[in-house]
Design a protein around this ligand. Structure first.
Ligand code: HEM
Ligand code: SF4
Ligand code: SF4
Length: 360
């Protein structure tokens, strides 16, 4: 019996093998921030690979430009290699370990969490029905809502902050300046690296043809999410600062921010889901496709259930839709450190770290 002596490569080893080939080739220099950062190194530590992986925006431009993809024996597929390292790194930095891999790779785990989240809200509304109250507060008191959503928001943020600390240590980050932060925020908000050096977009869903669809859909999700967050914050300020509790009128700040935010979030997420169905799975983290799709659909469900609740104002549907929407939001919050949602935090950290490398 002959023993197979082929070494087993980890995702980091495989990415290192490919980046060493890129470092000799240098063809893709102008494509994105990954290549100048790669060419600045002679050898790649594990931390360097983690940083380069989180800097890559998976635009896929370098794959279509590369002369060393299969059937060449080098078998380059840098977008996929870096995507696998990202999945692995987000799991490693999240506490407790293993949950990141579970929610990133198993869409069914996120679906199960959603069922539990919605069930928990139906239970809370049935068991803790307030004696009096108007609007939403006739079904669940403000005190109970704060008791559920305060910790459900703050604890995941703490877990993400701990993960970022691990990231910063591993990638050799130093003290952050305002100009580095500003440069990273600019690049993050404009998704500058999602275009492989081409102003006309990325190669995500149409092979070697360029398209701006993914960038536009992401911008809708990104700004929609921020508007929804701003709407909730405005409601909190009105409640505590001005003694103006919900429900708010159609022309109040929470509604003026929340309704367009919900529309953008829902349409953007559905757009991203459609693009994901058309894109080539082998150029991303194939292991994480199901978890990513479940996350995109969870975002769409969050926006759509919020809009449905708004449309149902004053009808008998408010109670079940409130449980549905709050259960979806609860699931989104609690799984944030373990789902694809963490990409925002790590990608921003990678952009700040890159600004440090460039001496911004
Ligand atoms: C600094 C902020 C952010 C940056 C730099 C960023 C960057 C990116 C990039 C480069 C991608 C495409 C590559 C990939 O799939 O990993 C992506 C995908 C995505 N982002 Fe963001 N993002 C940010 C914040 C957000 C926020 C706040 C949301 C919404 C809550 C969001 C939702 C999504 C979704 C739904 C996808 C698609 C996932 C998929 O197709 O599998 N992102 N983001
Ligand atoms: S992706 Fe291919 S073409 Fe681009 S730098 Fe790497 S080896 Fe060269
Ligand atoms: S951002 Fe695009 S061009 Fe740059 S490494 Fe990633 S897939 Fe390749």
């Amino acid at each position: 019996m002959s023993l197979d002596t082929t070494p087993i490569l980890t995702a980091t080893d495989e990415a290192r093998r490919q980046l060493e080939i890129c470092n000799a080739c240098r063809y893709c220099e102008g494509y994105c921030a990954v290549f100048p950062a790669t060419f600045a190194e002679r050898a790649f530590s594990d931390g360097d690979i983690t940083q380069l992986a989180n800097l890559c925006h998976n635009c896929r431009g370098c794959y279509y430009a590369c002369q060393y993809t299969e059937p060449h024996e080098f078998a380059l597929n840098l977008p996929a290699a870096l995507a696998e390292v990202r999945v692995e790194s987000w799991d490693r930095f999240a506490w407790p370990g293993g949950l990141g891999r579970l929610f990133q790779t198993r869409g069914v785990a996120l679906a199960g969490a959603l069922i539990l989240g919605i069930a928990a809200l139906f239970w809370a509304m049935a068991a803790l029905t307030p004696e009096r109250g108007t609007g939403f507060y006739a079904h669940l008191s403000h005190t109970i809502m704060v008791a559920i959503f305060g910790p459900a928001f703050l604890l995941p943020i703490l877990v993400i902050a701990m993960g970022l600390r691990g990231y910063w240590r591993e990638t050799g980050g130093t003290r952050v300046t305002l100009s580095q932060l500003a440069s990273a925020l600019r690049d993050g908000a404009s998704l500058r690296n999602l275009s492989g050096g081409a102003a006309h977009g990325c190669n995500y869903e149409k092979g070697d043809r360029y398209t701006l669809a993914r960038k536009h859909a992401h911008q809708a999700v990104f700004w929609g999410f921020l508007l929804c967050f701003a709407s909730t914050s405005a409601g909190t300020v009105l409640h505590y600062g001005f003694d103006l509790p919900a429900p708010y009128g159609a022309f109040s700040l929470p509604k003026l921010l929340g309704v367009p935010g919900g529309v953008l979030l829902t349409l953007g997420a559905l757009g991203l889901a459609g693009l994901k169905l058309r894109a080539d799975r082998s150029l991303g983290a194939a292991s994480a496709w199901g978890g990513e799709m479940a996350f995109v659909l969870l975002l769409a469900a969050t926006g759509a259930s919020g809009l449905a609740l708004f449309a149902a104002t004053g009808t008998a549907l408010v109670a079940p839709l409130l449980a549905l929407h709050l259960g979806t939001v609860l699931t989104f919050f609690l799984t944030m450190p373990y789902s694809k949602m963490v990409h925002g935090a790590y990608r921003l950290a990678a952009l700040v770290r890159d600004a440090q490398r460039k001496g911004a």
